[in-house]
Design a binder for this molecule. Structure first.
Ligand SMILES: [Ca+2]
Ligand SMILES: [Ca+2]
Ligand SMILES: [Ca+2]
Ligand SMILES: [Ca+2]
Length: 378
């Protein structure tokens, strides 16, 4: 009888242990499963009883419904510690633009209220702060209608946002002006994320660069054209460096670089080689393109002078590599100019990032989540 009691309590202990293990897996699954999904868990165990017989037992099915959990990320995120998430230079009376990506990290569809306001504790104030949608990620507002709330986004979906603001004439070179943009879940207003954007007031030139693909989708193996559109938003001439750090899933097409600018009063269209200097008929302005010595997919363009208030474009073709196994590729360019007006291009530390251009890849991604595994096991 003593042995039987031991066997019985061992059985109870074993079953309890197995139940606890399976319940633990169910909780982990619930955190990544969509809200409202019913997860069923069941434990089974086999043991040898006092008579030496092998006995199998199965628990009842425990069903639980995954509750809604709201979560949001607004990016890009800076280093933290009170440092701005993004900073850039702007002249007095300039209008500045910041680009953001919002991601629904919750487990249910959600929309997000967007507010942006001047921050206190800095040297001056922004005026006319307006937020716009950039759902197609071409770096420009999708319409002239200000964005106050995003559309409903599915879990994991993201959304492009643009903030524009003006700097008053009362600021001086060296001033910092900050604004804060906040995204708040409309399903749970205790859930929000924010970014701090900073403008450093300068006396020199300001170059704004927008990066785009000619189409928003591609198959592996397709060729797409990348365009960098740069605009000098001041009356001050400046040398400009545009550095394009291409994703390893892209390969630059030899001989595809085209440069168009209006420095001499008429548009010039120049086809440059991958590495070299183009000078012909450009009013003394040169374009030098060079490939990175280590990663030849990275290309740098140096323009000897971008005239005040002028616009130009550089475009080139890339091939999406056959083995591309992701469902989208993101691409940015880094831009450096002479913001302090000392006649020399600033250091790389002062470069600013363009908007993020996004190319969706057909059939590029296969995603298996634990939520799928649970649903299949039910
Ligand atoms: Ca964030
Ligand atoms: Ca302020
Ligand atoms: Ca847009
Ligand atoms: Ca400089």
């Amino acid at each position: 009888m003593v042995g039987e009691r031991h066997a019985t309590s061992f059985k109870a202990g074993l079953v309890t242990y197995l139940m606890a293990s399976v319940a633990g897996i169910a909780v982990a699954a619930a955190q990544s499963a969509p809200a409202g999904q019913v997860i069923g868990t069941q434990a089974s165990a086999t043991y040898v009883d006092a008579q030496g017989e092998t006995v199998s037992i199965t628990s009842n099915v425990v069903q639980s419904t995954v509750r809604e959990i709201a979560a949001v990320d607004l990016g890009p995120d800076g280093p933290g510690g009170g440092a701005p998430d993004q900073s850039r230079s702007a002249p007095r009376l300039g209008r500045v633009t910041f680009h953001h990506e919002l991601t629904n990290n919750g487990n249910d569809s959600d929309s997000f209220a967007i507010t942006a306001a001047d921050s206190s504790g800095d040297s001056a104030d922004f005026q006319n702060i307006v937020v716009y949608a950039d759902a197609n990620r071409d770096g420009r507002p999708d319409s002239s209608t200000p964005l106050t709330t995003t559309p409903d986004l599915m879990p994991g979906d993201d959304y492009g946002i643009i903030v524009e603001a003006s700097v008053s004439n009362s600021v001086a070179a060296g001033d910092n002006v900050d604004l804060t943009i906040i995204a708040t879940s409309t399903k749970d207003n205790t859930v929000s994320d924010q970014n701090l954007n900073r403008v450093n007031i300068i006396d020199g030139a300001l170059i704004e660069t927008i990066k785009s693909f000619d189409r928003d989708r591609a198959d592996p193996g397709d060729t797409r054209t990348v365009t960098l559109r740069y605009q000098n938003k001041t009356g001050v001439d400046t040398p400009v460096e545009l550095k394009d750090v291409l994703d390893d899933n892209f390969t630059l097409v030899p001989g595809s670089i085209k440069w168009s600018h209006n420095s001499a009063g008429t548009d010039a269209l120049i086809t440059a080689t991958q590495a070299g200097t183009d000078t012909t008929g450009n009013g003394g302005i040169t374009l030098t393109s060079s490939l990175d010595a280590v990663d030849s997919d990275d290309v740098t363009f140096l323009i000897s002078s971008v005239r005040g208030n002028s616009v130009g474009t550089i475009s080139f073709d890339v091939v999406v590599n056959d083995e591309t196994a992701v469902d989208r590729l993101e691409n940015v360019a880094m831009v450096t100019s002479d913001t302090d007006n000392d006649g020399d291009i600033d250091s790389d530390d002062d470069s600013v990032q363009s908007n993020t251009a996004i190319l969706e890849i057909n059939g590029g991604g296969v995603q298996i989540s634990i939520a799928d595994a649970v649903a299949t096991a039910r």
